[in-house]
Write a protein that binds this ligand. Sequence first.
Ligand SMILES: NC(=O)c1ccc[n+]([C@@H]2O[C@H](COP(=O)([O-])OP(=O)(O)OC[C@H]3O[C@@H](n4cnc5c(N)ncnc54)[C@H](OP(=O)(O)O)[C@@H]3O)[C@@H](O)[C@H]2O)c1
Length: 305
Amino acid sequence: MKKIKLGTSNLMVSEIGLGCMRMADKTVDEAKAVIKASLQNGINFFDHADIYGKGKSEEIFAQAIKELGIKREDIIIQSKCGIDNGTFNFSKDHILKAVDGILERLNTDYLDVLLLHRPDALVEPNEVNDAFRILHASGKVRWFGVSNQSAYQMELLQSGVDYPLIANQVQFSLKHTNLIDHGFNVNMNHESGIYRGAGIIEYARLNHQTLQAWSPFYSGYFESIFIDNDEFIELNMCLEKMAKKYDVSKEAIAVAWILRHPAQIQVLVGSMTPSRINKIAKAGTFKLSHNEWYELYKAAGNKLP
Ligand SMILES: NC(=O)c1ccc[n+]([C@@H]2O[C@H](COP(=O)([O-])OP(=O)(O)OC[C@H]3O[C@@H](n4cnc5c(N)ncnc54)[C@H](OP(=O)(O)O)[C@@H]3O)[C@@H](O)[C@H]2O)c1
């Protein structure tokens, strides 16, 4: 598995990471199996959030890591905070308290990366900086980033924060392409020209930040998985054709489509099924051509001007 540098940090992370949002519903043995499959495929990066299963995902992960005898320094752990009972809270007190909870549940002294989960309209960048300074000085958090933020939101936050924001975790898949649609339709009247994810990719590239794609197999906001889904026949035919050509699964093609983007996007997959992780991990063993990338984009129902 190829490793990429996470933003401007010194962390070398696997280009595919395991998202642990769905671990809360699993037994420790099931979690051990999916973590083991991940490691065997070269995945060294695990994404969490304090809200996943109300903290249960982090607890199960910690127990699984302990029982597997995995050394802390051999894996890279990221978690997120800032969602507070259905609203968003980037206050210093909230961040500090949230991180203490995360570390306790994960049974670790430090997070490699902390992300702020969803933008808080009441954000005070200097206050966030106070929290980050305490977390960094105490060794509790090594690197910081955000999730679901626009370029300007990142720019505002970075203006008051002394630490580089190394990552932005955003939804991106063949059936959720807001990050790129606008770029093909600048100054045009149709739907795809509407500003949604515009500027996020360009901002990340200009500032050497890593984008992390969440829900790489979902259409819409947790609406449906597009793989083998009759709603998306043309896309599945195209995935199938390329899967045959490269001798991999459709899942691997869908992930390879994200990896093909020159922004070096890290893909966070959420499957808790070891056999799926094995299939998905093959995404990095080949490179889609320029034409194939566009063919898939169009097969997903997107129109180019
Ligand atoms: N920052 C944010 O706001 C945010 C939001 C959502 C998620 N995330 C992160 O992104 C990670 C991934 O999100 P996700 O779990 O929604 O992503 P995903 O990888 O697109 O979806 C995984 C889910 O799809 C199911 N699935 C069904 N058919 C599948 C197939 N053919 N191939 C692959 N999966 C299939 C999996 O089931 P099985 O387990 O049975 O394989 C699993 O429940 C999360 O764990 C979390 O770390 C972040």
